[in-house]
Design a protein around this ligand. Structure first.
Ligand code: FPP
Length: 230
């Protein structure tokens, strides 16, 4: 793989966990567990390749209206990840960051997630960003309201400092698994020039090899950012 053509930041919409489980006549929570394991594998693979940032859509603002049983299963996965797995990431000089409105989560989960961010190593080689109770529209509205409170006109850089993603470069590549072709409120401001890649594989079946195929496809594209080619 040509390292010069690797994305710096990859976003992943991890869709298809529920269907993966249902096809096996298992509860949806089993699919989310399989999805978490796949996410851990992909993060480690992305780090090995030299990708610097990976944002995973772990829970959208809309997902919060799912049945309590499914939400509880997801919160348990967060508890598991942020008490056990995250330490392995730290040992590899990798950090976690969380974007979204954490105030609506169970208090212990909110604390685990913010501690996970606080305890991360400084100057990491890789940052895994969890979008949790995240939606682009609430993110933009929150930033606009903060801007209004400040009462000063803002330029692009000033506005971007008010987004959850302040300090994180825009995603170069956004991958969505599970066959749907939309962004579903994921990083829509930041995705202005992102390359989009859609894939039919359900997330638990989105192997490292399939991820590499997405990277190869990305590397073959010409990014012009609205300019004409020289
Ligand atoms: C969408 O698939 C996926 C989610 C709503 C949750 C994704 C969460 C994980 C993979 C677990 C992440 C774990 C941690 C610790 C961050 P879906 O359920 O909508 O699938 P479907 O379209 O087949 O119903």
């Amino acid at each position: 793989m040509d390292v010069n053509k690797l994305p710096v930041h990859v976003g992943i919409i991890m869709d298809g966990n529920g269907r993966w489980a249902q096809r096996r006549l298992m509860p949806r929570s089993v699919g989310h567990n399989a999805g978490m394991n796949r996410m851990i594998g992909l993060a480690s693979h992305a780090k090995e390749l030299g990708i610097r940032y990976m944002t995973v859509y772990a829970l959208s603002t809309e997902n919060l209206s799912r049945p309590q049983e499914e939400l509880d299963a997801l919160f348990n996965l967060f508890r598991k990840y942020f008490t056990r797995n995250v330490k392995k990431l730290y040992r590899q000089q990798a950090a976690v960051k969380v974007i979204g409105d954490l105030s609506a989560l169970p208090q212990d989960v909110e604390k685990l997630l913010s501690d996970g961010e606080k305890n991360s190593p400084e100057n990491p080689q890789f940052t895994l960003i969890f979008a949790v109770n995240y939606g682009s529209r609430p993110e933009i509205l929150r930033a606009v309201n903060r801007a209004v409170e400040q009462g000063e006109p803002l330029d692009k850089e000033g506005f971007e400092k008010l987004l959850y993603t302040s300090g994180i470069p825009d995603p170069d590549l956004i991958i969505r698994t599970g066959g749907e072709v939309r962004l579903s409120n994921f990083l829509t401001y930041q995705a202005a020039y992102a390359e989009l890649y859609f894939c039919d594989a359900l997330f638990p079946e989105f192997t490292d090899r399939k991820f590499d195929k997405a990277l190869e496809n990305y590397a073959s594209r010409h990014r012009r950012f609205g300019k004409i080619e020289e």
